[in-house]
Structures are given as C-alpha cells and as structure tokens.
Ligand binder design. Structure first.
Ligand code: PEP
Ligand code: MN
Length: 258
C-alpha cells in the first residue's frame, strides 16, 4: 500500500493528510512539522528543490533542505514527501531515503524524470500538469508504473482556467471521475489549488466528501517567515486539528454517496 512507512492510503482507509512547509527552511520546518503531527497529520511535506517561475526567486535549500527535512523526520517520526525536479538528483533522494517522491505539475510530462523516479520503486506523488488534460496526465503517469512501480499516487492541484478567483481553477470533480476509472489513491492539493489560507478548510472538505484518499496542505508556524507561499499556509494548530477531524468525518460520510 503506497503512502510511505506504515501509512495506509486509499481503499477504505481513513483520509491521509500530508501537511508541512511549502519550502524547507532551517528555522521553522521542524516546529511546523511537529505542529502538523500534533494536529493529526500522517505525513509531512516539504520542498527542498523548488520549481519557480522566475530564476530570481528562491530555488530551495536543495541538499541542505533534504538534510533539514530528514533531520526533522527523525524528531517528528512521520514519513516525508518532497519534490524532485531533476533526474540528476535521484541518488540524493535515495541517500536521504525520502519516503515519497513528488513530481510537480511543471514536470508532468518530463518523461525521463518520470521513468527514473518510477525505477526507484518508491511511492510517487504524481501531480497533474496544470495545462494537461486528465488523459494526458494519466498517460504520463503510466511512465512511472511501467517501471514496475505500483506505488503511484495521483494528485490533483487545480489547473490554469479561464477565470477563477483562487490561485488555480479547482478540478475537484475529477476526484469523482478518477475514483471510478483508476485503481490508484487520489490526493487533492488544497493549498496550491486555492492559494489562499481561507479557502483551505472548505475546499478540503469538498475534496474529502468527494472521495479524495488524501489531502496535501501547506502549514507553517510563522508564515511571514516562510520562504515560499506563506500566504496559503495554515499556522494555527487548533484550526488544523479542526479541519483534519472534519475532513476525516466528511470522507466517511461521502462513502455513502458512492
Ligand atoms: C508544491 O507542492 O510545492 C508545488 C510546487 O506544487 P505544484 O507542482 O502543484 O505547483
Ligand atoms: Mn508552494
């Protein structure tokens, strides 16, 4: 069962919450991941390599970031998911034994990367391309599974639409369709789809009720110090706990709509 460590993702299992910093930083990652765990998260997310639209923006702490992320993992005790951008970094991700490899929306059709990531046989959180149809993304994800890797997790995160008030146009209804057509766990990235802290709770609830097996959420104990995307990070343990508890209940309720 994919999910990293002993976490059970998909099927009749409870909602899995992957929560953590958008970009790993030296000062707040551990505290943020501890907070996420106390609130009920199952997995910590944290980017050491950041795919940025502009080359002048912060690109991630890179190997130092993986080190911080995995040191925090020792303290917190949850598996971690982190994005890999380049085939040349596969050995690094294996060296730090990152539990789940994430491939990002910008690499959704980087077939060479998908092949190499597939070959590791690690669970892979594959994100739909923000300008790709579902069919294109499913075909691309097959490059991972064709390597004998059955641990694919398919992640929706919104797409570039024709006019929407959130960061991306939500693709929530695809959860319902995918659940009927693929045999892999489906995760919804509620932070990158909405891009707004105040959108996370309810859109996460919609995804959970709609059948998502997991949710990806940005959290940070001090969003004003976050290196990337602090504006969309949940910073209150109380709020996060309430969200996670409610989301879990909604997933259960949603199963009656099957
Ligand atoms: C992320 O999860 O940090 C990220 C960059 O996501 P996406 O590839 O969906 O933009
Ligand atoms: Mn981000």
């Amino acid at each position: 069962m994919p999910g990293g460590g002993s976490v059970k993702l998909g099927g009749g299992n409870p909602l899995v919450v992957m929560a953590g910093v958008c970009a790993v930083d030296a000062d707040y990652t551990r505290a943020s991941h501890e907070m996420a765990k106390r609130a009920g998260a199952d997995i910590n997310r944290g980017g050491a390599f950041k795919p940025r639209t502009s080359p002048y923006d912060f690109q991630g702490l890179k190997e130092d970031g993986l080190k911080v992320l995995c040191e925090a993992r020792e303290a917190v005790g949850l598996p971690v998911v982190s994005e890999i951008l380049d085939v040349r970094d596969i050995d690094l991700f294996m060296k730090y034994d990152v539990d789940i490899l994430q491939t990002g929306t910008r690499n959704a059709q980087n077939f060479e990367l998908l092949i190499e990531v597939g070959k590791t046989l690690k669970p892979v959180l594959y994100k739909r391309g923000f300008s790709n149809s579902i069919d294109e993304s499913l075909k691309a994800a097959n490059y991972i599974m064709e390597q004998g890797n059955e641990n694919l997790i398919f992640c929706l995160r919104g797409v570039k639409g024709i006019g929407h008030s959130f960061r991306n146009q939500g693709d929530l209804d695809e959860i319902v369709s995918l659940a009927q057509t693929i045999d892999r766990p489906i995760v919804y990235d509620v932070s990158h789809s909405t891009g707004r802290k105040s959108g996370v709770a309810r859109v996460g609830g919609m995804a959970a009720a709609g059948g998502a097996d997991g949710l990806l959420v940005d959290v940070h104990v001090s969003p004003q110090h976050a290196l990337v995307d602090g504006f969309q990070a949940i910073d209150s343990e109380e709020e996060l706990r309430r969200m996670i508890d409610t989301w879990r209940g909604l997933r259960e309720l949603g199963q009656a709509l099957h």
